[in-house]
Design a protein around this ligand. Structure first.
Ligand code: GDP
Length: 451
């Protein structure tokens, strides 16, 4: 799923990593790479153009300049914009307030409509609904039978006209509008709370098919019209989507065959071009290969970034701006970094939540899983206890902490002297790093992480 796009974007961000500041040239190079990756993935040209412009504008703006880590901030921006082109918030099915909820499916032949009807029915059934499928694809010889088989697999009823001139419901078998209407009536009578209407598709968009779909829509007034699109059809996706949007004014998009190894980017354009949300993803031939589409999670998957977003958000939330400003001023004034500062930073880190959980959200965390499992949260408590056992003078002038003071501090905080030594060593390293940062004019990082 979007593998090559994902690889390309990740590689682009890798080039940025470790850069303390981003120049306009860095930003331009990055945006160029992103644009190429999207175009190569078949994302529609106007969508790419707008996307790239938004990224560039934001990347050169204040939010990146003020960021603790500019390259991470860029990833965050790309992620947010990606969520936006994928439709923003997760959009669930709108259920009817009275009577059955009517869902109509539209799309080209082979898009995956009939399969989707079964998937949707099974999914809804698992949630306690009692869906019925209605076969209105009367063009393709096998379509009705295929829907019946799918219904059987999903364990739901199927309403279909019998072959011949009229059905058992006296519905002319050749008239999909009448079948749709009768199907909805059947649902009312048999108390099905959801009706899923499968319609005919053609290999290409044609006026007759669109007219038929439009007439079905007018006859049954569905709560949702889902446009099913094969994710593998490339740049044609956008034209097809626009045609269907004009023809049946669909309310949501289903991306099918997302399991394929295709570039898939065209599918990414559909929500953006039509302004209609992607609601479901179909990811295989089995009825269970189906999921509610979450733009945010899909974006994370494409960017292969773990749950870094939550991580950054939590860090932002926990980051005490006043404390950060106080620290920044200290550096500007080249004041000494003290053990009190060290402790304050430690507490800021702790405010973000469980260290282990936070670290597990890092991309690449899987590689260091074992070390993370062994991480001891109480380490921060011990550091705090040790610093608190020092006198105020010791905290600002740690050089005076000799052997007997160390023994006293260890006794006071209930740790072994070696732990006091270890902390002082880490502090000395942090202090050195801070001095370097201050001279370089950078923002303070988070030194002295235990472990
Ligand atoms: P329809 O003509 O729009 O009703 O499309 P169908 O439901 O008949 O699907 C066309 C073909 O695509 C069938 O062979 C399905 O098994 C296959 N198909 C449908 N959805 C998916 C999917 O999500 N992934 C894959 N790999 N194949 C699918």
């Amino acid at each position: 799923m979007f593998n090559s796009l994902s690889d390309r974007l990740t590689a682009t961000f890798k080039n940025l990593r470790g850069k303390g500041r981003l120049t306009e040239a860095d930003v331009d190079a990055t945006v160029r790479e992103i644009r190429r990756a999207l175009l190569d993935a078949d994302v529609a040209v106007p969508v790419v153009r707008e996307f790239a412009a938004r990224i560039r504008e934001r990347a050169l703006g204040a939010e990146v300049a003020a960021a603790l880590n500019p390259s991470q901030q860029i990833v965050k921006i790309v992620n947010e914009e990606l969520v936006e082109i994928l439709g923003g918030e997760t959009r669930r099915i709108r259920l009817a307030k009275t009577g059955p909820t009517i869902i109509m499916l539209a799309g080209l032949q082979g898009a995956g409509k009939t399969t989707l009807a079964g998937k949707l029915a099974k999914w809804l059934k698992a949630q306690g609904h009692s869906p019925i499928l209605v076969a209105c694809d009367l063009q393709r010889p096998n379509a009705v039978t295929q829907l019946q088989i799918v219904g059987q697999r999903a364990g739901v009823s199927v309403f279909a006209p019998h072959p011949g001139t009229t059905s058992e419901h006296d519905v002319p078998t050749g008239d999909p509008v009448a079948v749709a209407r009768a199907g909805v009536e059947e649902a009312r009578q048999k108390l099905h709370d959801v009706v899923i209407v499968d319609t005919a598709g053609r290999l290409g968009v044609d006026a007759e098919m669109m007219d038929q779909a439009r007439r079905i829509r007018q006859a049954i007034i569905p709560n949702e019209v889902l446009f099913v699109i094969d994710s593998m059809i490339g740049q044609d996706a956008v034209n097809t989507a626009v045609a269907f949007d004009e023809g049946v004014n669909f309310t949501g998009v289903v991306l099918s065959k997302l399991d394929g190894d295709a570039r898939g980017g065209a599918a990414l354009s559909v929500a953006s071009v039509t302004g209609k949300p992607v609601m479901f993803a179909s990811t295989g031939e089995n009825l269970d290969d189906f999921e509610l589409f979450h733009p945010d999670r899909m974006a994370s998957r494409i960017l292969d970034m773990g749950d870094v977003l939550t991580l950054i958000e939590q860090a932002e939330k926990a980051w005490d701006k006043e404390e950060a400003a106080r620290m920044a001023k200290k550096f500007a004034d080249q004041e000494d970094f003290t053990l009190d500062d060290f402790l304050a930073q430690m507490q800021q880190i702790r405010n973000m939540g469980s260290m282990k959980k936070m670290l597990m959200m890092m991309p690449g965390a899987q590689n260091i899983r074992q070390q993370l499992e062994q991480f001891d949260e109480r380490e921060i408590d011990r550091v705090e206890a040790i610093v608190r056992s020092m006198t105020p003078h010791e905290r600002v002038a740690p050089k005076i902490i000799n052997g007997s003071r160390r023994a006293r501090i260890a006794r006071g905080s209930g740790v072994h002297v070696s732990e006091v030594n270890g902390l002082l060593e880490r502090f000395a390293q942090a202090q050195k790093m801070m001095k370097k940062l201050a001279q370089g004019g950078g923002m303070p990082g988070m030194p002295g992480m235990p472990g």
